[in-house]
Write a protein that binds this ligand. Structure first.
Ligand code: ADP
Ligand code: MG
Length: 321
């Protein structure tokens, strides 16, 4: 099988390329030098690219179906954090060898998310080398409407969606090579699902954009680290209480209350949204999914957790450090 047969067999398949709702905006997909897309009048394109390297971002031997879902889900989560509706994506894949079983699994995992989120694959690049996956995703927002990091205001309430710390709670199992099917019970299964099958909060992001949220970010590196990005770009601080953090029953069944709250503060990979909104205009009870108020935005540019100033150096994961 040559490169073009590979692209035709694995990537140019309807389960990846559509039909989906965004497809009317795809004038030309896989097959030419470039894809051609249109953006409806009154909308802007938002774009993001993420690269995953084997051994750095995922372990050697990970189930390719789970990898396909997770790789695309974490990129689409960036669209959710902007309040965007998915438009399309491209895939640059570097493979050490032509492994048809791996390719079938990887494409199946991506295809599950593609149909879940209605985001068609419109092109890419395929090369030989150490296993590396780059995903470039595009979404649309009404002109000027993207939900940004830098507009949090003192007095805003700070919220998170869903529950936090679950993916971090699964990490010891993940590091031992556990897949979802290795779960011994429903609790382990829940935590492993949270790590391997993150759900981009697209509906919530779009709802937040329409209902007056001031800033948002997706929690990939841990709440404190990601919240710090909002605070630094908005030039303000925050006070939050760890007792207010939403924890799942599964996390609390496995870990002490103290450990569970520490995971919720610092562990990454949950891909929930952390966002700010003024109390006056914002009715949290109408949110399309559960969200929890965890603190307040302050004028003074420091982050206080349970009344203690948090050390910026201990707030999140960084490459090159
Ligand atoms: P070119 O040489 O013009 O860059 P390529 O040979 O890299 O074209 O790719 C041929 C076509 O297949 C292009 O339309 C490209 O977008 C698409 N393609 C290549 N690799 C992938 C991939 N991994 N996923 C989706 N589309 C791909
Ligand atoms: Mg190319």
């Amino acid at each position: 099988m040559n490169e073009f047969e590979l692209i035709g067999r694995y990537f140019n398949q309807p389960c990846l390329t559509g039909p989906f709702s965004a497809v009317e905006d795809v004038i030309l997909g896989i097959g030419d030098d470039c894809a051609v897309v249109s953006v409806a009048e009154g909308f802007q394109l938002v774009q993001s690219i993420d690269t995953l390297v084997e051994g750095v971002h995922f372990s050697v031997g990970i189930d390719p179906v789970l990898l396909g879902w997770r790789a695309l889900a974490v990129s689409v989560s960036d669209l959710a954090a902007m309040g965007a509706k998915p438009h399309s994506f491209t895939l640059a894949l570097t493979l050490p060898k032509l492994d048809t079983e791996w390719l079938t699994g990887f494409c199946q995992g991506m295809a599950e998310l593609v149909s879940h989120c209605s985001i068609p694959l419109i092109g890419g690049d395929t090369t030989c080398g150490p296993l590396t996956i780059s995903l470039h995703v595009q979404g649309v927002v009404p002109v000027g409407g993207a939900l940004l990091r830098h507009q949090a205001q003192p007095g805003d309430t700070l919220y998170v969606s869903g529950t936090l710390g679950d993916a971090g709670g699964a990490l010891p199992m993940v590091l031992q090579g556990a897949s979802i099917d290795d779960a011994q019970n429903d609790i382990e299964r829940f935590l492993l699902e949270r790590y391997y099958r993150p759900q981009p909060r697209l509906k919530l992001g779009q709802w937040l954009r329409e209902h007056g949220a001031t800033a948002a970010i997706d929690v990939s590196d841990g709440l404190l680290g990601d919240l710090t990005h909002i605070l630094q770009s908005s030039g303000c601080g925050a006070e939050l209480e760890s007792s207010a953090l939403p924890l799942s029953p599964a996390l609390c069944a496995v870990y002490s209350d103290e450990k569970a709250r520490s995971l919720a503060l610092t562990a990454g990979d949950d891909y929930e949204l952390c966002f700010t909104a003024p109390d006056k205009t914002f009715d949290v009870n109408r949110s399309p999914m559960p969200v929890t108020a965890i603190g307040k935005i302050t004028k003074q540019p420091d982050l206080y957790v349970n009344g203690q100033m948090s050390d910026p150096e201990q707030r999140g994961f960084r490459h090159f450090s």
